[in-house]
Design a protein around this ligand. Structure first.
Ligand code: PMP
Length: 477
């Protein structure tokens, strides 16, 4: 069996030919957390024969519009390691896009089992159940601000954002919504309008919803005017006042750290200035914490880093560690402005998803995973900065906690290098490390490891990324 090309000269992946560890390994971890004996184990070429066979079936059965990052098919996953159907194991620095933060936690699996044994679904709009209420209580307590709050549960981040817009419009009686450059809020019709990037998210899918206005973000690395946070906020506010007017504006919607747009951390003071203007003008501030929430950035929510208290908060992804669940949490007077029956859905707040969320939140609290996320950032950031110095192709290193990114540019410029970015990601995958890309200019490598990733697995994953980038830069120069 040929092994995959070894992109990482520093530490080659283990190449196992004994077949002692297969895809079935890891199936029985309900009471015992899976500790990977070997994090990277390339047994076949990538993709292996079983993945290739599934890829053939996939292309005959699955619509092309759904693309996948990896050419392999998953058999099991957890705690920073993903095993494919051919028995190859990859270090997972993506967590299914910031979802499986607590990994293969036995507590979550057990909670799912228990709830599944009791009932799968009644529809909360028909026969309510405690788990839904408990998740809402948790969110009301955990989201920023100690004001009176209410929560409603949904299935996806997009749906939570759609409903945030519904609530803001209903409560204010105003039509307009402001979103930012580089924003990503989803793929439904309304959230496509809120999302900034045309390709692949919007191209050919219009017409889009009206009364959505886009204003400039604070993107310190690429801000042509080099504005500080408060200056960048003033620029956005000026545009809002001139082009929309506060009287017509229901809400300003913002990701406290932009996700798909490239892990853009606004300059300090930007978010507080936007929040202050919203408050002064009766405009609802919606923080889209779908990607940043649930300890990812080193606090429960990213708005907390600058003591910003949003009026509405959307959450999803990490909330239930992989079970589909999303939420909208906000000021009681806004949320309760909507008439009974105005919000909801058949599956929203599914009881099994709620059970998973309760167990996930409990683990995050008891194990202080926000602290763990901060420590992941402290371990990784110096290495990424040093990599930037050594290679000369990283224009910016940024992020918070376990939400980290490098922006790749052509040496000596800030010109985006999407080709190098794609090459680095592909070579990391071939070497057994899953990294994701992002960014308006497709030139960002982003790291979203599970918060429970063992330090030595994270260390190895970073070593592969470093060696891969260094090799590609050397080869290209
Ligand atoms: N908002 C943000 C900030 C996101 O990152 C995403 C997903 N990437 C969404 C909304 C949409 O979430 P979903 O894919 O669950 O609809």
């Amino acid at each position: 069996m040929p092994s995959a090309p070894n992109a990482a000269t520093a530490s080659p992946p283990d190449v196992d030919r004994s077949a002692s560890r297969g895809p079935a390994d890891g199936a029985d971890h309900a009471t015992d957390r899976a500790v990977p004996a070997v994090a990277r184990l390339i047994r076949t070429e990538i993709p292996g024969p079983l993945s290739r066979e599934l890829a053939g079936r996939r292309s005959a059965a699955v619509a092309k519009g759904v693309a996948s990052v990896l050419p392999i098919f998953a058999a099991s996953a957890g705690d920073g390691v993903l095993t494919d159907v051919d028995g190859n194991t990859l270090i997972d620095l993506g967590s299914g896009i910031a979802v499986t933060s607590v990994g293969a936690a036995p507590e979550v699996i057990e909670a799912i089992r228990e709830q599944a044994g009791a009932f799968l679904h009644t529809c909360f709009m028909i026969a309510p159940y405690e788990g839904y209420v408990r998740v809402c209580e948790e969110l009301n307590a955990l989201t920023p601000g100690d004001h009176d709050k209410r929560t409603v549960l949904f299935n996806s981040g997009s749906e939570a954002v759609e409903n945030a817009v519904k609530v803001a419009r209903h409560a204010t009686g105003r039509p307009a919504i402001v979103a930012f450059d580089h924003a990503y809020h989803g793929r439904t019709n309304l959230t496509m309008a809120l999302t900034a990037k045309a390709m692949p998210y919007k191209s050919g899918f219009g017409p889009f919803a009206p009364e959505i206005y886009r204003v400039p973000m604070s993107y310190p690395y690429r801000d042509p005017a080099g504005l500080t946070g408060p200056q960048a906020a003033a620029r956005a506010i000026d545009q809002i006042e001139k082009q929309i007017g506060a009287d017509s504006l229901a809400a300003v919607l913002i990701e406290p750290i932009q996700g798909e747009g490239g892990f853009i951390v606004p300059a300090p003071g930007f978010l507080p200035a936007i929040a202050a203007w919203c408050r002064a003008n009766g405009v609802v501030l919606i923080a889209d914490e779908v990607q940043t929430g649930f300890c990812r950035t080193g606090d429960w929510f990213a708005a907390e880093h600058e003591n910003v208290v949003p009026d509405l908060v959307t959450t999803a992804k990490g909330i239930a560690n992989g079970m589909p669940l999303a939420a909208l949490t906000g000021r009681a007077e806004l949320m309760d402005a909507v008439h009974p029956g105005g919000l909801g859905g058949t599956f929203g707040g599914n009881p099994v998803s709620c059970a998973a969320a309760i167990a996930t939140i409990e683990l995050m609290r008891s194990q202080d995973l926000a602290g763990t996320a901060r420590r992941i950032g402290e371990a990784a950031l110096p290495r990424l900065h040093s990599l930037a110095e050594r290679t000369g192709v990283i224009g910016d290193v940024r992020g918070r906690g376990a939400m980290l990114a490098i922006e790749l540019v052509r040496p000596g410029t800030n010109e985006p290098d999407p080709q190098l970015t794609a090459a680095v990601a592909a070579a990391c995958h071939a070497a057994g490390v899953l990294v994701l890309t992002a960014g308006t200019y497709k030139n960002v490598i982003r790291l979203l490891p599970p918060l429970v990733i063992p330090p030595e697995v994270l260390d190895e994953g970073l070593s592969v990324l470093e060696a891969t980038l260094e090799r590609l830069v050397t080869e290209g120069s």
